[in-house]
Design a protein around this ligand. Structure first.
Ligand SMILES: Cc1cc2nc3c(=O)[nH]c(=O)nc-3n(C[C@H](O)[C@H](O)[C@H](O)COP(=O)(O)OP(=O)(O)OC[C@H]3O[C@@H](n4cnc5c(N)ncnc54)[C@H](O)[C@@H]3O)c2cc1C
Length: 469
């Protein structure tokens, strides 16, 4: 006989774990199943040879949902906050130059020429109209500002978040605040703060005090501390090494509390089924699309059409005495016009304590992305070597690394490309035909860990309310 649960969550990345945690907290009997042997999905912290490195995300921006979970799980004291004033750099003409952090610094910066600066002032005093059609990030920046701003600052910034291609990314899907600012005020500079405020007002508020500043953070033992704390809290409600292989609808009539889904599972021991009243898919889109194609093949068309960018995460350790750059700051981003494979490099041991042994420095570079998928064809050893060769002249590194670790993510980040907003609207409509079905994940509201957790809280709350009604 099948196990019966109120809610089944498929996938134990941060999205699935946070959903399950919030459901259990709301007294909804929940089971999470994870295909891999270990939970956490892309969040993986490794301690080796005195280094503490991250194989996926290096840190995350705080928000009230994350703070609320950290408070509940007793993690607040383990949290490490990066210095918000740490400078960021960008590679221009072979040298690292500081990125201006506000519009005034931007106007004074030698990074941009007169034409771009005049365009910024025009935006401040003038009015522009957003086109009706879905506009790419690149076309928006060219329309409002210049190619130079796109190449030197916006392109690298887009790489830093989505590893994406600005020619393909949709402005309204990837950076909705900019789109909303222009619609509301005809100006990015005048409209951005009201747009941020209006979005923030719609976000779930943490129960403990005022809204958090989005400071970059991690934990004393790495990002995975959050995963471990969630896993400990879930206990036997999480099963790893269990892959979902199929989903069928059950005839539940109009009974809100009858199982609606029969879910087929496979593990090392064999096959099994679970019956669930609510089903949350917290898996990548290709998996969700395939699993749901038996319910309606349009799920696969919508979900399967979301592209992903592959990224290699290359962590290198050096003796500090062999690096002439001070490494004071966050790290640097690299414009695509530089011709380098490196999209950007984070100076981990400058941002957080305990990342490298005494006298050594840890830095992590991201290679590949939507504009350079071929880079991932190289072996791990080649990726480490070419990354060292690219960053050594920029940072004055005179010797080979004393430590290296490479992780390749062939499907690292979902791309919020042109058509993404329409695709999500179609998905929502389809989902409305299947009462009890929910989605959580990084292709919905933004790829950041904080937005994944916010989305998880929202889904858990919708499910809680559905049981209360
Ligand atoms: C290289 C890299 C750098 C990043 N940098 C940052 C950063 O600096 N800051 C930030 O905030 N975010 C960053 N991110 C993004 C962030 O890490 C992810 O968006 C987030 O971790 C995704 O979590 P998730 O739970 O939605 O998905 P995932 O972590 O992909 O989890 C999905 C889970 O579903 C499981 N699964 C798949 N199929 C099945 C099945 N059939 N049955 C059961 N389980 C299944 C998978 O094994 C996986 O564990 C980065 C991501 C990458 C890859």
């Amino acid at each position: 006989m099948s196990t019966q649960v109120q809610a089944l969550v498929v996938g134990a990345g941060v999205s699935g774990l946070a959903t399950a945690y919030a459901l259990q907290k709301a007294r909804v009997n929940t089971l999470v199943v994870e295909a891999a042997a270990r939970p956490g999905g892309m969040i993986r912290s490794v301690q080796r040879d005195g280094y503490l490195l991250e194989c996926g995300p290096q840190s995350f921006s705080g928000n009230s949902s994350i703070t609320s979970i950290c408070t509940d799980l007793g993690l607040l004291d383990e949290r490490l906050l990066a210095d918000p004033r740490a400078p960021r750099f960008v590679l221009i003409n072979g040298a690292l130059q500081e990125v201006p952090m506000n519009p005034l610094m931007l106007l004074a910066s030698p990074l941009l020429r007169g034409g771009t600066k005049r365009a910024i002032l025009r935006d401040l005093v003038g009015r522009s109209q957003a086109p009706e059609h879905d506009e790419s990030v690149a076309s928006f920046i060219r329309r409002k500002y210049s190619d130079m701003l796109l190449d030197r600052l916006v392109g690298p910034f887009v790489s830093g978040i989505y590893a994406g291609d600005p020619e393909k990314l949709s402005l309204r899907a990837a950076f909705p605040i900019l789109h909303e600012a222009e619609i509301a005020s005809g100006s990015i500079l005048r409209g951005i703060f009201p747009a941020i405020k209006s979005r923030a007002a719609k976000r779930p508020k943490g129960p403990k005090g005022p809204r958090e500043r989005p400071t970059l953070q991690t934990f004393s033992e790495g990002n995975e501390m959050l995963i471990k704390a969630l896993v400990l809290n879930l206990g036997e409600h999480l099963r790893c090494g269990v892959e979902v292989t199929g989903i069928e609808l059950l005839d539940s009539g109009h009974d809100a509390k009858a199982p609606r889904f029969q879910v087929a599972l496979r593990n090392q021991q064999g096959e099994d089924t679970v019956e669930a009243e609510r089903l949350v898919l917290a898996v990548p889109t290709n998996v969700a699309g395939k699993l749901l194609s038996t319910l309606d093949e349009r799920f696969e068309q919508q979900l399967g059409g979301i592209e992903y960018a592959g990224v290699a995460v290359v962590s290198l350790g050096y003796q500090k005495k062999d690096v002439s750059h001070s490494l004071e700051g966050f790290g640097f981003l690299v414009p695509r016009s530089s011709g380098l494979n490196d999209l950007g490099t984070v100076w981990n041991s400058s941002l957080f304590p305990g990342r490298a042994p005494e006298g050594q420095a840890l830095m992590t570079s991201f290679v590949g992305g939507a504009t350079n998928p071929g880079a991932l064809q190289r072996s791990e050893a080649e990726l480490a070597e070419t990354t060292h060769e690219e960053i050594a002249p920029l940072l004055g590194i005179s010797k080979d690394p004393v430590f290296s670790n490479v992780t390749i993510w062939p499907r690292a980040l979902p791309q919020y490309n042109l058509g993404h907003t329409a695709r999500l609207a179609a998905l929502e409509q389809l989902c409305n035909n299947f009462s009890g079905l929910y989605f959580a994940g990084n292709y919905l509201n933004g790829p950041a860990i904080g937005t994944c957790v916010e989305q998880a809280m929202k889904v858990a709350d919708e499910i809680r309310v559905s049981f209360a009604n």
